[in-house]
Design a protein around this ligand. Sequence first.
Ligand SMILES: *Cc1c(COP(=O)(O)O)cnc(C)c1O
Length: 368
Amino acid sequence: MSSVTTDTPLAFRQTPSSKARILAERDAILANPGFGKHFTDHMVSIDWTVEAGWHDAQVTPYGPLLLDPAASVLHYGQEIFEGMKAYRHADGSIWTFRPEANGARLQRSAKRLALPELPIDLFVESVRQLVKIDANWVPSAPETSLYLRPFMIANETFLGVRSAQKAAYYVIASPAGPYFAKGVAPVAIWVSSDYARAAKGGTGAAKCGGNYAASLLPQMEASEHGCAQVLFCDPQEGKYLEELGGMNVFLVMKDGTLVTPELSGSILEGVTRSSILQLARDRGMKVEERKVTLDEWRRGFETGDVAEAFACGTAAVVTPIGALKAKDFEVGDISAPAGKVTMSLRQELTDIQYGRLPDTHGWMTRLV
Ligand SMILES: *Cc1c(COP(=O)(O)O)cnc(C)c1O
């Protein structure tokens, strides 16, 4: 059952870590956190069963999960996740960006993967609980953040194939350095022609581990061709742009129109995507969510009708795309400077996230 609020708010039981790292150790990590390598001292967990619903919300020391080898997630892949960030503002306060949108998306993902829906207020509270206890892990250097990874697994001990009757939700957090250590630079993208990440009627619109598993082989192919990311086209005709393995894609046309593939049912609806569409509309830019053929992009790069292209998502925010490569063609040039519209949208979005611009849309939620 979908709900925005819990009937009776769950209280989080706290067990502070006795192995919390000392200041010097934490500072050494925060000075060069990388991405997804180091984790904070605590984690959140909430259990769910068919009979009891959501219960036993806890903040505990970070550590391994105890899973029965027959736990259904290990066999049938019932897993969903979210990705968000906590940002430290200049006054020391800590904020996150549109957490209700992530909470709502986790509910949609849960529905598709036949997992229980976590109430949105409980989702936001779970993130707040973790950031509060591990507030010292939120870095303060420019473009750094605490990456938050809420996720849910089916953990029933049962090899029969049916939806889970037992599940668990967790939140872990990892300090993140600037995604582009040497400054934002355009990347080349590989067009996958042999593989799709999602199918018609499949799980493409859900944020689930399975979609990522399907994208890793094509991602390796992209690396072999010197490309940073892989672009997937629609699974039926292989003709229309969909998205990258973990980022949505935009084109900026010569006349200033911002174009992004319309939500097809197999595209993941990014919070960054929807925020960029809003910022562009606020600027009075013409915005189109429509079908875009690969051919339009390829020819547009050649003729100049497509002036800029970029990918977007929470982790990298906005990544300029300089070149497009496929089995039978190669267009663009990654040594050309990043597009102006791309970079100014990136700047505006990060200025809002880091509290350097007013939050006119009510996107920011204070955590600490
Ligand atoms: C998470 C994700 C995105 C980006 O979503 P954001 O909410 O902007 O971080 C795009 N595509 C896929 C496949 C994703 O999993």
